[in-house]
Each structure stands twice: as C-alpha cells, then as structure tokens.
Design a protein around this ligand. Structure first.
Ligand code: GDP
Length: 357
C-alpha cells in the first residue's frame, strides 16, 4: 500500500511523533485481521464521519476507516547525499515511499539542542530540500551518459533524456521537481526524491498552536504544499489517554482534533487517494483507491479474486443512501445503480460487488 516517509533533522521531534503514530497504529491494527506491522511503520486511520452514519443504517458491529502508512526514515543529516550519517541507507528507504513528510522544529527548549544552533524553520526546510535536491542531481548525472547513448537511435529514449536535462536544470536552480511545474511522467523511471509530493509537519510549543499569525507565516513557507501544526509531546500523551480525557487535553490547548488525525487526512489528500465504502452487519468500512480507479480495480482492493471474477457492482451514493434511510428503500427509489467493468468509482460510493469465484 502507499506510504509516506517521515524525514527531518535530528532533535526536531520525529521519534516522539513516530512513537505516537505507532501506538495509534497498534490500536487500529487490532481491528484488521492479518495486518502485519513493521517496526518502522506507523498507521493512522483517516477520520470519516460517513462511516458512523453507515454503521447506524446497517447496524454494523464495527467501523474500519481508511488508513495511511507512515515510514520512519531515520538518518537525514547535512551531507546525507554525500553518504554522511547513514546517507545511502537513508536514500534507499526514502525512495520507496510515495510522498515525503518533513517534520520541522518550531518549539523552543533550552534542554534540546538544535543541530544548527538556533531555531529556524526556514533554514531547516532549505537544509532538507538541499539534501534531497543534491541526491536527485546525482541520480540524474549518473543516468545522463546512458540516456544519451540510448537516445541516439531511439526517439522514446530521447524524450527521457530531454526530461532529465530539464529536471537537472530545475534542480540546479534550487527547485524541487514537484514544485518545478515540469511534466514528470518521463522521469518516473529514475525514482527521483523531489518528484514526490511533500507535506510538512510543524512541531510547535503548545501555546503556539493557537497563534494564527505564526501558523500563517509557516504555511506560507511551504505553500502550495500542505502544512499540519501539532505539538509532538502532546500527541504522545494523547495516544495514552481514553477518548474523553484526550478530548479534554486537546480542548485545553485550543484544538478540536489531534495532530495525528489531521496528519492522516492531509497525508491521504497528498497521496491523491479517495475512498469508497462497503457496509453490512459485520462492518462499515472505507477502502482506499486512487482517483480514477474503475469498479474492478476497486474490487481488487478487497481481494484479487474479486477483480478477476468481477461481474458487476451495485452502487448507491452515500447521500442517496442516507436520504432513503436503507438500502432497500434506495433500491425501490431507483437510486441503486448496476455498474459494469468500465465504471469509474466516485468518492463515497457505497458498493456491493458481484463476482465469480
Ligand atoms: P528526533 O531526533 O527528531 O527524533 O527528536 P526526538 O523526538 O527524539 O526529540 C528530541 C527531544 O525533543 C526529546 O527530548 C523530546 O522529548 C523533545 N521534544 C520533542 N517534541 C517536542 C515538543 O513538541 N516540545 C518540546 N518542548 N520538546 C519536544
């Protein structure tokens, strides 16, 4: 499944945040049969109010939200692209993720040293981006001679060569590929780091969480990428508390929702995903698909046999189902559609698949 790599300089609160992610993931994983969780993976459920409503309509025994996987990518330091620290391992791990989440320190604490002496979110973002940009430049430099050779007699390869040259130019100018506006399709085979979408987590002091002016300034540093604001220390306390006490703690620092929950939602959007829903007495559940997935592809997320043996899907939109009040009422109101293998799924479709086994 798709995952987001967490990176950041030392002492910015990555481990603190990641421990909270893991704790929350373990609680969630208990609901997913056969889920195996790697030690460097944390999982968060994507909050979805529709699931509660479906569980009411179908009297479901449990609710299973969509989830987002975060991978702890330890070891980013200045010079990682030159093999400093655990540079090469770091780069290999981050290459496998689908998006990159940078944790940036804003909190001030004289007991926690900053690797570069003082707190500066802007400089830290630049330091990290520079490492990722340098790594991509190296990857492209290495590929160029081969691409030049291949493109002598092959038009398709020439397109890749030209894309690599354009990418190299953008990187040289200090821009990440994702922000460069270049069409990145032809660069896919090079697995470049800065071609992935980025999102940012600002780790603030509790009293800074309600500082709107500060948040606006930080958002601006990373726009158009998304920013999440949280206090990693509070997040690590929240996952230890029962729901009612967690809510109390959140409210005491002026928040309605935990940072992890916000991170899950923003991460999901950054990955370009959407959900469809299934419901019954056993469970109401959100399934993750990419935007544009067809009905058989969506069925394949449940089980590959469902995709192979796909016959048709009965689809009701969430809104129509809620209006009708039950699946039977939706059917008799003509709101349940039978869709075939070319149907492109829409967010919030409530689906039942028919298939041959
Ligand atoms: P990492 O090196 O980025 O993984 O950072 P850690 O999560 O190990 O945090 C480094 C130190 O900063 C630890 O002593 C944490 O307790 C502390 N820390 C982490 N997040 C916060 C925070 O939001 N506020 C404060 N005051 N300290 C924090």
């Amino acid at each position: 499944s798709l995952s987001i790599g967490i990176v950041g300089l030392p002492n910015v609160g990555k481990s603190t945040l990641f421990n909270a992610l893991t704790k929350s993931g373990n609680a969630l994983a208990a609901n997913y049969p056969f889920a195996t969780i790697e030690p460097n993976v944390g999982i968060v459920g994507v909050p979805d109010a529709r699931l509660g409503k479906l569980a009411e309509i179908f009297a479901s025994a449990r609710i299973l939200p969509a989830k987002v996987e975060f991978v702890d990518i330890a070891g980013l330091v200045k010079g990682a692209s030159e093999g400093q620290g655990r540079g090469n391992q770091f780069l290999a791990n981050i290459r496998e993720t689908d998006a990159i989440c940078q944790v940036i320190r804003v909190f001030d604490d004289p007991d926690v040293t900053h690797v570069d002496g003082e707190i500066s979110p802007k400089r830290d973002i630049e330091t990290i981006n520079t490492e990722l940009i340098l790594a991509d430049l190296q990857t492209i430099e290495k590929a160029l001679p081969r691409l030049a050779k291949e493109s002598k007699f092959n038009k398709d390869r020439k397109v890749v060569l030209e894309a690599a040259e354009a990418g190299s130019k953008a990187l040289d100018g200090g821009t990440t590929l994702y922000a460069s506006g270049l069409d990145l399709t032809d660069l896919r085979e090079l697995h470049l780091l800065t071609a992935k979408p980025f999102l940012y987590v600002f780790n603030l002091d509790a009293d800074e969480l309600i500082d709107e002016a500060l948040r606006a300034r930080l958002s601006e540093l990373v726009a158009p990428a998304e920013a999440v604001f949280l206090d990693a220390k509070i997040e690590s306390e929240l996952v230890e508390l029962p729901d009612d006490e967690a809510l109390e703690l959140l409210q005491s620092v002026g928040q309605e929702e935990s940072g992890l929950t916000q991170l899950a939602r923003v991460g999901f959007e950054t990955l370009g995903l959407q959900t469809y829903l299934t419901a019954g007495p056993k469970e109401s559940r959100a399934w993750t698909i990419r935007k544009g997935a067809t009905a058989p592809e969506a069925a394949g997320v449940i089980h590959t046999d469902f995709q192979r043996g796909f016959i048709k899907a009965e689809v009701v939109s969430f809104a129509d189902l809620v209006d009708a009040g039950s699946i039977a009422a939706a059917r008799s109101a003509g709101k349940a559609r039978i869709e075939g293998k070319d149907y492109v799924m829409r967010d919030g479709d409530v689906v039942e698949f028919r298939f041959n086994v």
